[in-house]
Design a protein around this ligand. Structure first.
Ligand code: AMP
Length: 217
């Protein structure tokens, strides 16, 4: 399946993407994760991207589009993929549509996760993550057993530098301005499906599977 996940920061796209990727046996492609890997490696792309990411702004389209297209050419993505955090602008969506049309493998669905701002801020300001396996925790409603390290592999949990409240508010504003127009873009193409993400994780997973039930194989 070729799938895009849309939704504001804090909607739980990454968490659901990991679960759905396992369910459908297709790779989860997160542009945020790919960019953070570049930042950690100190690559040229990473150095360029970092300033934007720290401010909660979008990295320029040309940089992100090239990075995603390269990733989608890898062998594991030939059987399908879940894009998480991409596209985020209309030019990115257009570039993706053109590339997939050229390859004869268009998108099959776009899931839009809905959540209100207060819940998004609450989730992100309590979010911690495992740098080793990327599992996320929430210090309010999904704490790790010992309070500070990953239940699965024992790595010390860290926070994302852009999860402080001021940057989260900026990210929500940028989402509304730049990414919300994609809802119309995909609705016009008959691809948009909505998932109410204002619920506990397992329930959102159920709703996500339900939203895909007619096309999941
Ligand atoms: P995320 O992990 O999806 O919340 O992304 C973290 C940050 O990476 C964003 O706030 C942006 O600065 C950058 N980023 C991720 N995906 C994109 C994209 N498709 N276009 C532009 N910037 C992006």
């Amino acid at each position: 399946m070729r799938l895009v996940l849309l939704g504001p920061p804090g909607a739980g796209k990454g968490t659901q993407a990991i679960r759905i990727a396992q369910w459908l046996q297709i790779p989860h492609v997160s542009t945020g994760d790919l960019l953070r890997e570049h930042v950690e490696r100190g690559s040229r792309l990473g150095v360029r991207a970092r300033a934007y990411m720290d401010r909660g702004e979008y990295v320029p389209d040309d940089v992100v589009v090239r990075m995603v297209m390269d990733r989608l050419e890898e062998p594991d993505a030939q059987k399908g993929f879940i894009l998480d955090g991409f596209p985020r602008t209309v030019p990115q969506a257009q570039a993706l549509e053109d590339a997939l049309a050229d390859a004869g493998r268009p998108l099959e669905a776009v899931l839009k996760f809905t959540i209100d701002d207060d819940m998004a801020i609450k989730r992100l300001s309590n979010r911690w993550l495992c740098p080793c396996c990327k599992r996320t925790y929430n210090m309010e409603f999904m704490r790790p057993q010992d309070g500070s390290s990953c239940d699965d592999d024992g790595c010390q949990l860290t926070r994302r530098s852009d999860d402080d409240e001021i940057t989260v508010r900026r990210r929500l504003d940028v989402y509304r301005l730049e990414t919300e127009p994609l809802e119309l873009f995909y609705w016009e193409r008959g691809l948009l499906r909505e998932v109410d993400a204002q619920a506990r994780l397992d329930l959102v997973t159920e709703r996500t599977k339900e939203a895909l039930s007619d096309i999941a194989s």
